[in-house]
Design a protein around this ligand. Structure first.
Ligand SMILES: [Zn+2]
Length: 181
């Protein structure tokens, strides 16, 4: 039993399963065929055919939740990344001008990631509101923001790793520091 329900995370087919434990025990739900690699799941549509608004918003919230899990992680890690950059910058500091550029790149990457994940979150909550008011808003197309958040994050992490190595080098080899720059 797959039906038209697509995985909210990766868009693959889903299979229907019966929840065995937790507060939804006994209720059917759709599980991504790539589980456990992909954690996407949704409450069963047949159970909300009564058009009960509470059920329907529960469905949308579940959709948001699975969808948001990764974005939330990205946002948290980016905030931590900025904290780390500030710490490195204030404790070890920059010895060469190009290091400052690396710091700037990493910082901008993390800021872009946070900005993208927050706007994804805001668009999603607007979508929930529109469902509750029964106004017509299309399901938000977040592919571009998702893409942007992902690659800005990877870029910022790579810059941070390089910064980390340079910082370690500054600590281990103070002589080189005095020669350079
Ligand atoms: Zn999936």
């Amino acid at each position: 039993m797959t039906g038209d329900i697509k995985c909210p995370l990766c868009g693959s087919e889903t299979v229907t399963r019966l929840a065995k434990k937790g507060q939804n025990a006994g209720h059917a739900f759709h599980l991504c065929i790539h589980y456990p690699k992909c954690k996407g799941k949704m409450p069963s549509v047949t159970e909300i055919e009564g058009k009960n608004i509470a059920y329907y918003s529960a469905l949308v919230q579940a959709w948001i939740q699975t969808r948001m899990e990764r974005d939330k992680t990205l946002c948290t890690l980016s905030a931590a990344g900025i904290g780390l950059l500030v710490t490195l910058l204030t404790t070890i500091g920059v010895h060469f001008r190009w290091e400052l550029i690396l710091y700037a790149f990493a910082f901008v990457g993390f800021v872009i990631t946070i900005w993208c994940t927050i706007s994804i979150f805001m668009r999603n909550s607007k979508y929930i509101e529109s469902i509750v008011d029964e106004s017509e808003i299309d399901k938000p197309n977040l592919a571009k923001l998702d893409y942007c958040a992902k690659y800005a994050f990877i870029f910022a992490v790579i810059c941070s790793i390089v910064i980390g190595f340079i910082a370690a080098w500054h600590i281990l080899d103070p002589v080189a520091n005095n020669k350079g720059g």
